[in-house]
Write a protein that binds this ligand. Structure first.
Ligand SMILES: [Zn+2]
Length: 981
């Protein structure tokens, strides 16, 4: 904006005071650190969010919040997520919908439990009981919630901040037990074995976070031949076709599959050999190399890519005879090298690579996660012949009694040597998990866990996915693939800080007690006392009265639920989507209109919520799912402390320690960033981007300031000019405003906020600053205050500024309100948010104005380029020093028509080409000026620039020939003299 370039004379007398200059308390500087909290306090005082979300006349709108984890400071990922939600909610509120937003937090789980444990001395730890640990974790989580909450509020997010949902609340936990119970009664919950990280030295399961990986760990690494005893028909046929005798498979010393393992102690648990169906495998003839011993097999199967390196490491010649796909190997039956049983080759998955080993993977479903998942596909038992202390059990046959950390490996390797099937052994250094407390190696060991049987409702889940609208549409493929392929969901954790799995085990038989009576009784107890009751009471205090007599027979379980089950039950705990459940507010409905989270939640919350909702109610908990990407730095790298590229939203909003280097940009700049990015992919943020955003923010702010500043003496009720009486330029400006409202409304409907960001800039910079306001300066400053050419312009400015405030309100909510509070005339609504979403009267829609206007703006650009060249050549100063001669010849018909349209205007005082070009005079006759400063021709249009005739009026800076003819004002033009009189 060029308010500062308004005419002002240094000579006497000064006519500056006779101009209508800007007046507004709306400051150029945002002063966001002070002003934004003031505006938020104003909203709170009005109870604005509460009233709009509960009393709006329109339909209710439920955007259900995915709960962030209640631990740690807010980062820009939180900002992207919550601000997107807030933009959508504020838009809905402006549209008259009842958009109630209940924010949530995920409060249970290991990270919080660990935080509490880390904060304790060893003596405090020793005295810790489950109940005291839970109390500390509860307090810690609440403290974290408060910290994050104040950050969210500072960003201007509207929500029920005083009544959030927390997964540790009694009512929430009770609803979650309700979901679990409904799944139990529907037959979707079962108990089974699953491998977990197990520490034989402390005899407990460990979570990932309790593991450490010391340098220098070595394991015994062995290559073993598993002799084939039967081939699938297809493979036999391929061998025959290649001229090989399929009989070579049968019997000792024939074909064998080669495996590699660094955990020989798991061999007694081997139940399969897995291959990658997409890899190429070679069937090789084997012969000794140099002095190596005669191999145990005549033919070996190995991954084709590893054949050469295996020749070297095994010391064998491996002559490739036939290449097959991994899929062709499925169904080979082999004999266990140590035990009297046979197993089969199965298809594993892409976890099988050619990075190491043989490309064929020894598979023990009781001792590895991949092994377990592959085993489930083939219905293999979860064999786990290892007890809590790491001792092999009777199921390990001759190896029973050996210990996995001591003698099991050497004993088994020795036995393999005896069979001749050991191809090679060596020490192998690799990353290996240790118990963080005992500093001893851990193992994978299958233990009894609780599962949700996804198999039982997979079809229903896939059908539910098809009913949901996924934005972007690729989200559907992601979650569909994940749900079709996933195994059963292990929902139990051996932790203390969580919702208990409300089950009892018979002390002698291990029988499980879990039925409608126990579930509803415990649900009632938790609703009243919270989950702590499970740890505070003994069995007699937890069992329903009918079981009181036999309480001594039962032992309560100690497992808690997977935190994904917690958050995945929020549709029940918050939206009331379960029989007998209550929603947190009457405006909420289930299924929700929208879930909106990062794209990793196809694996997380979107999925856990879908599974529980489908299992209980047969449909998804949401109608639409919108995802966003992740935040990266300006170079596309992850933000990390070590790279020093972390943008801390708190510093961006409130400023850093040194505000010169890290100024307080305010929440609106953070919000503007969120609106500016195409969040369907990962989004960048860094200091350069913040500076650009701050520039855009200032541009919008200064535009608004200019509009407000020119309205100080305008009252629409007295001065507004009816639409039909407006000049063409004003009608065009309103057409542009109507077009902006239409496009931004559509952008918000599609959640494409970056289009809004671009349209807003274009509107402020091009339509307003460069064109309308540039031309309007003369009308606003120089005209008499009451003149029609000024009042008509003010009419437009008032109409535009009110709508501009409404359009930016979902994103730049503080600035929008600041504009509203600084409107210099009375309006019915106390807040911009009470005005509702901007609309344009139908008469504003005049797209026919755009075509001639575009031609004239092209002509204007041509003239401006010539003026600019004169200025840079020192021949001209201000453009008002110039006159323009215009000549139209063949090819310029559209421009000629546009000029005729302009001349037809009923308001030549405004719709006047010389004024639009900001020059003192315009001629369209053939008489070329005496001294042409610049000349250009384009498409039949010739433009000549010359010095304007006459002298400069001291008040309006126009060059006029009547200056000096007025006795009282000898330095003014006739027009200015008329204004002053
Ligand atoms: Zn003048």
């Amino acid at each position: 904006m060029t308010a500062s370039s308004a005419p002002a004379s240094s000579a006497q007398p000064s006519y500056k005071d006779t101009l209508n200059l800007l007046q507004t308390p709306f400051s150029m500087r945002a002063n966001a650190k002070v002003r934004e909290p003031e505006i938020q306090a104003f909203w709170a005082e009005l109870q604005l969010y509460e009233r709009l979300s509960q009393q709006n006349p329109g339909e209710s709108f439920t955007l259900h919040d995915g709960p962030p984890y209640a631990n740690g400071a807010l980062h820009v990922g939180h900002a992207l997520n919550k601000i997107l939600k807030d933009i959508i909610n504020k838009t809905a509120l402006l549209q008259g919908k009842r958009a109630r937003f209940i924010p949530g937090w995920d409060c249970h789980g290991l990270p919080i439990e660990l935080k509490v444990l880390q904060g304790l001395s060893s003596s405090e730890r020793a005295e810790l009981t489950p109940v005291s640990l839970r109390k500390k974790a509860h307090a810690y989580a609440l403290e974290q919630v408060e910290g994050q909450k104040s950050g969210f509020r500072r960003w201007g997010i509207w929500a029920d901040w005083d009544q959030p949902y927390l997964t540790l609340q009694k009512s929430y936990e009770a609803a979650q037990i309700g979901v679990f119970g409904a799944m139990v009664l529907a037959g979707h919950i079962y108990r089974g074995l699953k491998p977990v990280h197990w520490s034989p030295s402390s005899r407990t399961a460990l979570a990932e976070a309790e593991l450490e990986y010391p340098d220098g760990h070595t394991s015994p690494s062995i290559y073993v031949a598993f002799p084939a005893v039967q081939l699938p028909e297809g493979l036999a046929a391929q061998l025959s076709a290649a001229g090989l005798n399929p009989e070579l498979a049968i019997g000792e010393g024939g074909l064998a599959v080669a495996i590699w393992t660094t955990t020989p102690w798991t061999l007694p648990a081997n139940l399969a050999v897995s291959v990658n169906e997409r890899l190429d495998y070679a069937i090789c003839a084997v012969s000794p190399r140099g002095e190596s011993a005669t191999p145990a097999a005549s033919h070996l199967v190995v991954a084709a890519e590893l054949r050469e390196s295996l020749e070297a490491s095994l010391g064998l010649e491996l002559q490739p005879l036939l290449s097959v796909k991994g899929a062709d190997l499925e169904g080979i039956v082999y004999r266990h090298p140590l035990l009297e049983r046979t197993s089969a080759v199965v298809i594993g998955g892409d976890y099988i690579t050619t990075e190491a080993g043989t490309g064929l993977v020894h598979t023990a479903p009781g001792h590895g996660v991949d092994d377990f998942n592959t085993g489930r596909k083939y219905n293999l038992p979860v064999l786990c012949p290892v007890d809590e202390a790491g001792n092999l059990t009777a199921e390990a046959g001759p190896f029973a009694g050996t210990n996995v950390l001591k003698d099991a490996n050497p004993t088994i390797i020795e036995a393999l040597e005896g069979t001749g099937l050991l191809l090679k052994q060596e020490r192998y250094e690799h990353r290996y998990p240790y118990d963080w407390r005992t500093k001893k190696p851990t193992i994978f060991r299958a233990t009894e866990q609780w599962f949700a049987s996804v198999e039982g409702f997979r079809t229903a889940a896939l059908e539910a996915i098809a009913q949901v609208e996924w934005l972007p549409a690729s989200g559907r493929n992601r979650i569909e693939a994940m749900v079709s392929e996933r195994g059963d969901w292990c929902i139990s954790r051996q932790r203390t800080w969580g919702v208990p799995i409300p089950v009892f085990y018979h002390r002698e038989t291990g029988e499980v007690l879990l039925n409608e009576a126990t579930l509803s009784h415990i649900q009632g107890l938790i609703a009243e006392h919270g989950g702590d009751v499970w740890w505070e009471r003994d069995e007699a205090g937890l069992l329903p009265p009918d079981y009181a007599a036999e309480a001594a027979q039962w032992r309560k379980g100690t497992d808690t639920m997977d935190v994904w089950f917690d958050s995945g039950s929020s549709w029940a705990g918050v939206l009331g989507g379960i029989a007998g459940g209550e929603s947190r507010a009457p405006e909420l409905h289930y299924p929700a209109d929208l879930y909106l989270e990062g794209s990793d939640q196809h694996r997380g919350w979107f999925q856990s919520s879908l599974l529980t909702s489908v299992a209980v109610n047969g449909h998804a908990p949401y109608k639409r799912v919108l995802t966003h990407g992740f935040t990266l730095d300006e170079k596309g790298r992850k933000m990390s402390k070590s790279l020093g590229n972390v943008v801390d939203p708190a510093v961006l909003v409130e400023g850093g320690k040194n505000e010169k280097q890290e100024p307080a940009y305010g929440a609106d700049v953070l919000r503007l960033w969120v609106s500016s990015v195409d969040y369907s992919a990962d989004v960048p943020l860094g200091p350069g981007i913040v500076k650009q955003l701050a520039d855009v923010y200032r541009k919008v702010r200064n535009t608004a300031r200019y509009l407000l500043g020119n309205l100080h003496d305008f009252d629409p009720s007295q001065h507004a000019v009816p639409y039909a009486e407006l000049p063409l330029l004003d009608q065009w400006m309103l057409q542009r405003t109507a077009a902006l409202i239409d496009s931004v409304s559509a952008d918000f409907e599609r959640f494409e906020f970056y289009r809004f960001f671009q349209a807003l800039q274009n509107f402020c910079v091009v339509d307003l600053s460069n064109v309308y306001l540039d031309i309007a300066k003369d009308r606003l400053y120089v005209s008499g205050a009451q003149e029609l050419r000024r009042r008509s312009c003010q009419t437009v400015l008032a109409l535009v500024v009110e709508r501009l405030a409404g359009l930016i309100a979902p994103v730049l909510c503080h600035m929008a309100e600041d504009i509203w509070q600084n409107l210099p005339y009375a309006v019915a609504e106390r807040s911009v948010f009470e005005r509702g979403w901007p609309t344009a009267p139908s008469e504003w829609h005049q797209p026919a104005l755009e075509q001639p206007m575009d031609r004239i703006l092209e002509l204007r650009a041509l003239v401006n380029r010539q003026l600019e060249s004169c200025r840079s050549g020192g021949q001209l100063g201000a453009s008002l020093e110039a006159q323009v001669q215009l000549e139209l010849t063949e090819g310029s018909e559209a421009t000629a028509a546009a000029l005729a349209w302009l001349e037809s205007s009923a308001h030549p005082g405004v719709d006047n080409l010389a004024d639009w070009l900001l020059v003192s005079a315009l001629h369209q006759d053939r008489s070329t000026p005496a001294e042409v400063l610049a000349e250009a021709s384009e498409a039949g249009i010739t433009v000549r620039i010359a010095k304007a005739d006459g002298e400069k009026c001291e008040r309006c800076w126009h060059y006029e020939t009547d200056i000096g003819t007025h006795a009282i004002h000898p330095t003014l033009c006739g027009r200015c003299v008329a204004v002053l009189s």
